[in-house]
Design a protein around this ligand. Structure first.
Ligand code: PLP
Length: 229
């Protein structure tokens, strides 16, 4: 028995928080981060209405995509050049691109599989050294390079906030939102479509992220752990 997940509970809470902030619930995608659970739980969550799933290891992304190709698979982990041939063909969206050198490689793999690869640029807004992501000052350069590539589509930005302080997390999310607006102004002439996605917020800080304009929240433990309060 695979049991159940908390997907529906979390989705209704997300909807309620959206309404409380005057936002349309359909403007926020709940990415159920399934990295700590097996494919059986993914199947359960799919049955409960989940559609978007996040994985941080290429092998798990590939295996779970193979088990459930009808789901949308988001790659949220560390990007390595040698794994792009695994990631790009199956990823609905790669959230965690922050090295300039990866952009032409993603473009080449996408071209080879006859698709465009949708990505987000991961930005380390908090400046915490332990976190991935480009420094804020490099976001423009990344976008500049990506906007010249035919098979790479930058949809927006992603960040991770420091843990443990809601006010700091909120400030971090507000900063990412402001950066998105600033890049859209700076690149207005070069982007076919403005950047629109803000992937921010996890189990402990997704409420702050939605208040700050998140369009995607990446929630793992609150969806899949029976003990998460
Ligand atoms: C694991 C992970 C999440 C989900 O974290 P939870 O705290 O379990 O909600 C979100 N984003 C990234 C990049 C992750 O690695």
């Amino acid at each position: 028995m695979a049991g159940h997940t908390n997907y529906q509970q979390v989705r209704s809470e997300v909807d309620r928080v959206c309404r409380d902030c005057g936002r349309d619930p359909s403007s926020v995608v709940l990415v159920a981060v399934s990295k700590t659970v097996g494919a059986d739980k993914v199947g359960v969550a799919l049955g409960e209405g989940a559609l978007d799933f996040g994985e941080n290891r290429p092998d798990d992304l590939v295996a779970k995509h193979e088990a459930y190709p009808q789901a949308r698979w988001h790659f949220i982990g560390n990007v390595q050049s040698r794994r792009l041939r695994d990631i790009v063909p199956v990823a609905h969206l790669v959230h965690s691109v922050y090295k300039v050198e990866h952009l032409p490689k993603i473009d080449a793999v996408a071209r080879d599989c006859g698709k465009d690869c949708a990505i987000l640029l991961e930005v380390n807004v908090s400046g915490e050294e332990s976190k991935g992501g480009a420094p804020v000052e490099q976001a423009g350069e990344l976008l500049e390079v990506a906007s010249g590539l035919e098979h790479v589509q930058v949809r927006g930005l992603m960040t991770m906030a420091p843990r443990g302080d809601a006010a700091i997390a909120r400030a971090c999310f507000d900063d990412l939102h402001a950066l998105l607006a600033s890049l859209n102004r700076q690149f207005a002439a070069r982007l076919d479509v403005p950047l629109s996605e803000l992937s921010m917020g996890m189990s402990e800080d997704w409420r702050e992220a939605i208040a700050a304009g998140a369009t995607m929240v990446r929630i793992g433990r609150a969806v899949f752990s029976q003990s998460f309060a």
